[in-house]
Design a protein around this ligand. Structure first.
Ligand code: NAP
Length: 242
């Protein structure tokens, strides 16, 4: 498969890119600084690295970028600095999602391109009942009002859920929702649920970035897993020791 990874220099994106390459895929990446990619990714014979920013590409360039891709995986996130969180682009994730989807449609793919968005357990899947307590709703509402990355992540997922929908001829999607991200050296056992099974606000679980990358690569590459989760927003947790 050929897969475009957005955010490949990020802490999760680089792990996803590495795992896709290990699986035998060709991985396209548009990165601001190729020097931030691990050597094993950057120098891999099936890695196609372009320098730049997806949002700075013109419409035609974007169409050529996604042409021939079987899947697009988006691990973009606002850098954890005042400028990254409160500066522009405020809608980095949502605008990139929207523009990539528009570009995919322009290519008129023979079968739907698999679009996998890394999102957050702080977002809800509004297609199914996901109840939150009043206290949780207050905290998330406050974060939504004060921290721009939260509405950005929500808008990106809402675009896939409502504007693309579940019967699009060009795009099929999965929104992956990790809980609190951690860094581990190796993939461990993890569980995937349709909805959160614990409070992301008052009782957060842990999800290692390498497990997020593993699940994103698996769901892209394995048809049965894709059919299980397409059009949904699975929540992923590291498995707790019994
Ligand atoms: N922290 C948590 O516990 C947590 C929990 C659940 C979900 N999430 C979500 O998970 C996602 C990814 O997390 P992560 O820790 O892997 O992210 P990360 O390490 O911060 O990586 C962010 C990626 O986005 C790129 N990026 C940032 N600003 C950009 C811009 N203006 N233009 C182009 N590219 C830009 C970065 O590129 P550069 O390398 O060039 O900066 C990098 O590749 C985020 O959306 C976050 O909201 C986080």
């Amino acid at each position: 498969m050929t897969i475009l990874v957005a955010g490949a220099t990020g802490a999760t994106g680089r792990l996803l890119a590495g795992q896709l390459l290990d699986r035998g895929d060709t991985v396209k990446m548009v990165v601001r600084d190729p020097g931030r990619l691990p050597d094993a990714v950057k120098n891999h014979p099936r890695a196609v690295v372009m320098t730049g920013t997806i949002l700075d590409l013109g419409d035609h360039e974007l169409v050529e970028l996604v042409r021939g891709c079987d899947a697009v995986a988006l691990c973009l996130g606002h850098n954890l600095s005042m400028r990254g969180i409160f500066g522009h682009p405020r809608r980095l994730v949502a605008d990139t999602t929207r523009r990539l989807c528009q570009a995919i449609r322009e290519t008129r793919p023979a079968r739907p391109v698999r679009f996998v968005l890394m999102n957050t357990v702080a977002n809800s899947n509004r297609d199914i009942p996901e109840s939150r307590t009043v206290a949780e709703r207050c905290v998330i509402g406050l974060i939504r009002a004060l921290v721009p990355p939260q509405p950005d992540n929500e808008e990106a997922a809402e675009y896939l859920r409502t504007a693309v929908g579940k019967d699009d001829a060009s795009i099929s999607w999965v929104v992956v929702r990790p809980d609190s991200l951690t860094d581990e050296m190796a993939v461990t056992e993890y569980d995937v649920h349709p909805s959160p099974v614990r409070s992301g606000v008052f009782d957060p679980g842990k999800t290692s970035r390498i497990n997020v990358g593993h699940f994103m690569a698996a769901v892209i590459g394995e048809n049965a897993l894709w059919d299980r989760w397409k059009g949904q927003m699975p929540v992923i947790y590291n498995r707790q020791p019994a």
